[in-house]
Design a protein around this ligand. Structure first.
Ligand code: SF4
Ligand code: SF4
Length: 202
């Protein structure tokens, strides 16, 4: 899937997310925030200027969020910027419930933020025997390679396959290959490898 497909799931299918920032005491703080719009430039949400969340966004300019629905989960971390009242009316058109929360001109209490340069992860366990994961980016963010990989020296002995909860190791190849979009990152395959060629990256 393309990045825009993941953003569509985030905004249209899941919509309500839990967003983390850092509180005044230096600890993580979370709250529920609806993701309102998306396009090729990012994801848009809003908050009121009087909220502590607004102050944290303006100071930290970075957020992490997670959201889940129907056993499909998306996490997204990246830079955030205030775009003022841009897209505010568009958001109220797209999500009419906002007109009841902030009727008339009271929407002027709100400002819109855009998440850009962000890295996301998708996890689908709706079929638990065949989980699916994916990664995507917004803007200039780079996907950081992470997970478990089999290197040179693999003999194809197959010892790693029976301990894998998802049986997602292709031992028909040498070196064997971990099917990355099905791997749980559980690490069970590492200690059983007699050649010690399975390594964790990231
Ligand atoms: S990390 Fe876990 S899920 Fe991934 S290949 Fe190894 S045993 Fe399988
Ligand atoms: S246990 Fe190690 S050597 Fe054997 S197939 Fe798996 S990765 Fe290759």
């Amino acid at each position: 899937m393309e990045s825009i497909d993941y953003l569509k799931i985030l905004v249209e299918d899941i919509h309500s997310t839990v967003v983390a920032t850092i509180g005044k005491d230096g600890h993580p703080v979370t709250r529920c925030i609806d993701m309102m719009l998306y396009d090729e430039n990012g994801v848009y949400f809003l908050t009121a200027k009087g909220k502590e969340f607004y102050t944290q966004l303006m100071g930290q300019k970075y957020i992490s969020l997670s959201a889940i629905r129907d056993q499909k989960c998306i996490s997204l971390s990246g830079k955030v910027e205030n775009i003022g009242s841009q897209k505010l009316d568009e958001i109220f058109e797209a999500d009419p419930y906002m007109q009841k929360i902030y009727p008339g001109d009271t929407r002027s209490a709100l400002e819109v933020f855009r998440i850009y340069d962000a890295e996301g992860n998708f996890f689908d366990i709706s079929n638990p025997s065949h989980v699916k994961r994916g990664t995507f980016t917004i803007g200039n963010a780079k996907i950081r390679l992470s997970g478990y990989f089999i290197g040179e020296g693999c003999t194809g002995c197959g010892a790693c396959l029976p301990v894998c909860p998802q049986e997602c190791i292709d031992i028909s190849k040498i070196p064997a290959v971990i099917v990355q979009d099905c791997c749980l990152h559980c690490g069970r395959c590492v200690p059983v490898c007699p050649e010690k060629v399975i390594r964790k990256v990231g």
